[in-house]
Design a binder for this molecule. Structure first.
Ligand code: VG1
Ligand code: CO
Length: 578
């Protein structure tokens, strides 16, 4: 074909995002404003070192939500005009965030090429569309790059696009070659589940998991919430591991997530929650032994047992405690473990007992990536339904499910013919008996007036200067909670590159190990989102079996009154409790 012409088109400014376009821009309406996508893409190309653009290989894919197929064609044409050598696209434009990370790290093209980055079209667990850029290590772009992208979007005046390059049929696997405006240009469409399954097989003992999944006693259910995880779930759980097709719920990716909200928690994963016996339904059908859900881009996970919820903070601790015995990838030991600051300290206790290196990092996956690149961390997690390991540089929803299935398979390996399987609940209760229990809950106040949220936070910081006043106040609110022994704003010095991140959340630490943490979300869609994290440690074996919301009631009371939540926000209740 004749060379495509690159055109220059003028632009206006783009609004600030987190590791991509977020906030309002996650809404498709804003996203489709003229040139909004183009602005971000060109600003990213301009922010990258030349060798990661000219002649480079870049992944362009997403979780299949509305407009992403069109966006793939636009980004492809812009890549061609910017001198990119080849673009790798997931078939039907589908690639989960963890699969993108895997593809960047592991895939080698037929011509020996390797990718140096990826545009990922997703807004994760939020509806609407977003876009983010990942780097050559497979992880989110660091702040140095996102700051540059943002500043570029405020000054950018033109972008480059090969407008007459024909659209590529992304439903068909194969390489299409063009003579682009900057020279030869290839679009390689492929099925990323091939690369992803290969990686999973190198980590887990598929035979052992298959024995569990095909045992008549074990029942299983996976809900992709109509997100991209469904594309992998069928291949892995059904075709590779022998689960029944009926174990899959909402596993056909849909552009609109079937009208749902692809956030794997007890509020939004309704169908799964009912099926697992945790909902309101009075059905007397025996729930499955194990259930799990994913978010839109499949990096998050929720783990459930029969009528039992596993908190994400417990999940990462339990995986870390059992990894060496149950998962071949970790058989020679863990390099270290890490959690985000607001995540409960369940993992800390495991690290201490097993004598593992331990890190507490700010919220967001990029901090884990640095530790992993330096060989300091094997397993990590966040309270926000994110769990993962150093096999890639993103959290990984299906990996977390396979990790739990591996633990169940290991605990039941001599028991599959026995009377009763060791259940998810047994494993968690056993864990609490050994390490103590961290009661944990998170209250989210969404779409709060941004000014009010700022004032609330500022007041909490001011109060930290006098702990005796704070403790006096607390005693008036509830006499049955411990005293605050330290209070600060979390600050993190990266042990690898020495960079310092300040103002990463307000902490009140109690004498009995309880914690209250307050943070403003960096990913919320409209207004401000205040997150309150409430945690209480209980070592006494006679007190570890309580209902979580009962056990935490006194601390919740203190958190809301100390922060003057209702006074500042006008809200008498949170939007979501997890
Ligand atoms: C939220 C979570 C955080 C997570 C982030 C990205 O951020 O709290 O733990 O890393 O989402 O998740 P925030 O700033 O709104 O609290 V995802 O699935 O979008 O990669
Ligand atoms: Co996500």
């Amino acid at each position: 074909p004749p060379p495509a012409l690159a055109s220059r088109i003028s632009l206006g400014a783009c609004s600030r995002g987190n590791s991509g376009l977020s906030n309002q821009s996650f809404l498709v309406t804003v996203f489709q404003q003229p040139n909004y996508l183009h602005n971000f893409v060109q600003a990213t190309f301009n922010a990258l070192p030349a060798e990661q653009v000219k002649g480079a290989t870049i992944v362009v894919s997403g979780d299949g939500r509305y407009f992403s197929k069109d966006a793939v064609q636009i980004i492809t044409k812009m890549a061609a005009a910017n001198g990119v050598r080849r673009v790798w696209v997931g078939q039907h434009s589908l690639m989960s965030t963890p699969a993108v990370s895997c593809v960047i790290r592991d895939r080698v093209g037929a011509d020996g090429s390797k990718a140096t980055g990826a545009f990922i079209l997703t807004a994760s667990h939020n509806p609407g569309l977003g876009i983010k850029y990942n780097m050559g290590n497979g992880g989110p772009a660091p702040e140095s790059v996102t700051d540059k992208i943002f500043s570029n979007t405020t000054t950018i005046s033109e972008y480059f696009i090969a407008e007459d390059l024909p659209d590529v049929d992304i439903s068909v696997v194969g390489v299409t070659s063009f003579s682009g405006p900057e020279g030869p240009f290839d679009v390689d469409v492929f099925d990323s589940s091939v690369d992803y399954i290969k990686l999973m097989k190198s980590i887990f003992d598929f035979e052992a998991i298959k024995k569990l999944l095909t045992s008549p006693k074990f029942t299983f259910c996976y809900d992709a919430l109509h997100g991209v995880a469904g594309a992998y779930a069928k291949r892995i759980f059904v075709e590779e591991l022998g689960a029944d097709e009926s174990s899959l719920l909402n596993c056909v990716p849909k552009e609109d997530f079937g009208g749902g909200h692809p956030d794997p928690n007890l509020t939004y994963a309704k169908e799964l929650v009912e099926r697992m016996g945790l909902g309101k339904s009075t059905s007397n059908v025996d729930p499955p032994e194990f259930g799990a859900a994913a978010d839109g881009d499949a990096d998050r996970n929720m783990i459930l047992g029969k009528r039992f919820f596993v908190t994400p903070s417990d999940s990462v601790a339990i995986i870390a405690a059992n990894a060496v015995q149950s998962i071949p990838y970790f058989s020679s030991g863990l390099k270290g473990v890490a959690r985000s600051m607001p995540t409960s300290a369940a993992l800390d206790v495991v690290a201490k007992n097993l004598n593992l290196k331990f890190f507490e990092v700010p919220t967001g996956w990029k901090f884990f990536g640095n530790l992993m690149d330096a060989g300091m961390c094997s397993i990590c997690g966040e309270e926000s339904f994110g769990t993962g390991s150093d096999h890639i540089r993103e959290k990984d929803g299906i990996w977390a499910v396979l990790a739990w299935l591996s633990i169940l398979a290991f605990k039941n390996k001599d028991n599959l013919g026995g009377d009763k399987l060791v259940s998810v609940e047994d494993i968690v209760r056993q864990h609490w008996a050994t390490y103590g229990r961290h009661y944990y809950t998170r209250y989210d106040y969404e779409n709060v007036d941004a000014g009010a949220a700022k004032e609330l936070m500022a007041n909490l910081v001011t109060m930290q200067s006098s702990l005796s006043d704070v403790n006096k106040l607390i005693k008036e609110i509830r006499s049955d909670v411990s005293v605050v022994v330290a209070a600060d704003e979390f600050e993190y010095k990266d042990p690898v590159d020495g960079s310092v991140s300040k103002h990463q959340g307000i902490r009140y630490l109690f004498g009995d190990g309880s914690r209250l943490v307050f943070r403003l979300s960096g990913t919320g869609s409209v207004g401000a989102t205040i997150r309150v994290y409430i945690e209480q440690y209980e070592k006494d074996p006679s007190k570890i079996g309580r209902e979580s919301q009962d056990a935490l009631a006194p601390l919740v009371d203190v958190a809301l009154k100390l922060s003057k939540m209702q006074e500042y926000t006008g809200r008498s209740a949170p939007t979501v409790i997890t």
